[in-house]
Design a protein around this ligand. Sequence first.
Ligand code: ATP
Ligand code: MG
Length: 401
Amino acid sequence: MRLKNLPSEFQEALPVLEKIKSAGYEAYFVGGSVRDALLNRPIHDVDIATSSYPQETKRIFERTVDIGIEHGTVLVLENGGEYEVTTFRTEDVYVDYRRPKSVSFVRSLEEDLKRRDFTVNAFALAEDAQIVDLFDGFSDLENQVLRAVGRADERFSEDALRIMRGLRFAASLNFTIETSTFAAMKIYAPLLEKISVERSFIEFDKLLTAPYWKKGLEALIQAKACDYLPDLQGKADKLATLLTDYADDFVFATSEQAWAALCLALKIKNCKAFLKKWKTSSHFQKMVTQLVAIYDHRLTAVHDKQTLYRYSKPLAELAENLRQAQGLTVDFDLIAQLDASLLIHHKKEIVVNGGDLMAQLGLRPGPALGQVLNQIEAAIVQGELANEREAILAFAESKIE
Ligand code: ATP
Ligand code: MG
């Protein structure tokens, strides 16, 4: 089959293919970009596979960066674009279920496509728009089926991350996982314990924030993959409440929101500790924890100026959004009104600081100073005190007395 129109992302990258070819090697576009082009989805990175070895690739182009020579990948800078050019390779020896012991570079496209994870990820696109489809990926695309390349059991036992990738693709593409592929996912799910937490997080996070996240999550639960992911052991039932509690067409707006919903569904007491097990950043942990706190607050109260100031409008809206998806009452107008009425949105906007109070009122550093500053902040947030120097100093003086 031939692509009718070569999308502009490929057109721009064509000179790279042509240069490799005129040096006497083979080169193709491969991976997710070809799949996405066939599905008329937006294309992100255009990856190139070639029969040239890394050192040969480097000799073809003026500007290259070694970003993964040992895996065969050279970054080529050409025409204002950046392209990962990777030598055809096979990965035959797996030692730790995570990464191949050694990659062998090969000159054959077929060998390279064979080691790819799913049939819809194993297309190659030539410069004349002809598509190489060795594993019947076209019919799988047509039928919206996710099928492992070759024997699913072998593929997942070689690299268990493929299980998470598969669940993620089901969620992002709205594909059904083919029966024997799914059966193998189930069998090899215990190997997920050997996968680095960071990589599992990336896939699980992509799954949760995908448009068809319920499809992916349901498959993840059925495959019992959760029993081998950080802090999810034995929590399938609680995890499944996400499927019933949220509207079917609801899509998480951010990762933070998705993980907050996850913490809520699992009734996690200490979100920070949970997210630490998933090796997330402390900023991420803080945002999710705050979202859960706002959500919990809203179970028994409505927002006021103080809570809105403390949590900020964007987080309050994300929490409200979770309520909406669960069919609970919401009040977005109140959030907007309260936010508009706030005289300050952050402590640092207060025109008087601790230094001013010490200089003007003779206060010394210590708890008393901190207390006065807190009272000033609360009064401004409440709208009882103007954010003006004279007014604040007078207010502070009255509090000291
Ligand atoms: P995305 O749209 O998320 O980038 P993608 O399919 O491009 O999806 P990448 O992680 O960018 O995924 O990988 C590019 C290609 O490399 C895949 O399409 C697949 O052919 C191959 N690939 C990536 N990871 C694996 C893996 N663990 N096992 C086998 N093949 C893989
Ligand atoms: Mg990609």
